[in-house]
Design a protein around this ligand. Structure first.
Ligand code: ADP
Ligand code: MG
Length: 266
């Protein structure tokens, strides 16, 4: 049991299909594989992280909705997964209604933050909490940023990769100025890189030129094994450890940990 507050990383980008869920699942698995105790909070009503970790809809008797409404404590809403050391607070379609339901509550942006702080008052079984965000800068994403120590941003290696990034960074800045001054950028990870595509290399250069050392050295390649894994309810790292995508996520995890140590020491 760990009495320290877990490190909280939110995986966010308001664009859909950029690799948020894939990154949350595989980074969480990689962290668990090296002995961290990890909790994923699925904040996307689509529930892809829950499905991708093999939690069928009928088994989602607890959910992130229950945490945001205050009906359940964070720990009580966590379900174990097939990955040792990895649990998940799954999401259900109830989340679609949350914005309306809590929109007039003064603490509407702070629901997740409060739940995590409350959980951390007693010894918690987790050292890391990873939050998988919906493809929107909505109340759910704001809840994640209010609760997090840092934001990890997946960017797909495509022509419009940088489009929308400034809006995301502005939102992070607003959250810093209002409710969470300590929020930092963990890093930006380039995903679905295809070396055969000349444009992809140009995108990598562009993103590095604009964002400098915020961009991780690790680049996640486009890899068919990574895209197959969720249909088996498994992280790619369990489905095919040796594939290039899994190896890249293991490498990303070590970069993330290195940065966490630096952030913690600062
Ligand atoms: P988001 O959560 O941002 O919407 P996902 O992680 O769900 O994005 O990824 C979008 C789609 O791309 C999914 O079908 C996923 O399986 C696929 N995908 C993600 N990363 C890779 C990759 N490295 N190689 C191949 N397919 C990928
Ligand atoms: Mg997703």
């Amino acid at each position: 049991m760990q009495s320290q507050k877990p490190r909280i990383i939110t995986v966010a980008n308001q664009k859909g299909g950029v690799g948020k869920t894939t990154t949350a699942i595989n980074l969480a698995t990689a962290l668990a594989a090296i002995g961290e105790r990890v909790l994923i909070v699925d904040l996307d009503p689509q529930g892809n992280a829950s499905t991708g970790l093999g939690i069928d809809r009928q088994d989602r008797v607890v959910s992130s909705y229950d945490v945001l409404t205050g009906a359940l404590d964070l720990i009580a809403a966590a379900l174990p997964t097939a990955v040792p050391g990895l649990s998940i607070v799954p999401s259900t379609l109830d989340l679609l209604g949350i914005e309306m339901e809590i929109s007039s509550a003064p603490d509407r942006v702070l629901r997740l933050r409060k739940a995590i702080l409350k959980a951390a008052e007693s010894p918690t079984p987790f050292t890391y909490v990873l939050i998988d965000c919906p493809p929107s800068l909505n109340l759910l994403t704001l809840n994640s940023m209010a609760a997090a120590d840092s934001v990890l941003v997946p960017l797909q290696c495509e022509f419009f990769a940088l489009e929308g990034l400034s809006q995301l960074l502005e939102t992070v800045q607003q959250v810093r100025e209002s409710i969470n001054p300590d929020l930092s950028i963990q890093g930006i990870v380039l995903t679905m890189y295809d070396g055969r595509n000349n444009l992809a290399n140009q995108v990598v250069d562009d993103v590095r030129a604009h964002m400098g050392e915020k961009v991780y050295e690790t680049i996640i390649p486009r890899n068919v094994r990574v895209s197959e894994a969720p249909s088996y309810g498994k992280p790619a790292i369990l489905y095919d450890l040796k594939c290039a995508g899994s190896q890249a996520y293991l490498q990303l995890a070590s970069e993330v940990i290195r940065r966490e140590r630096r952030l913690r020491a600062a």
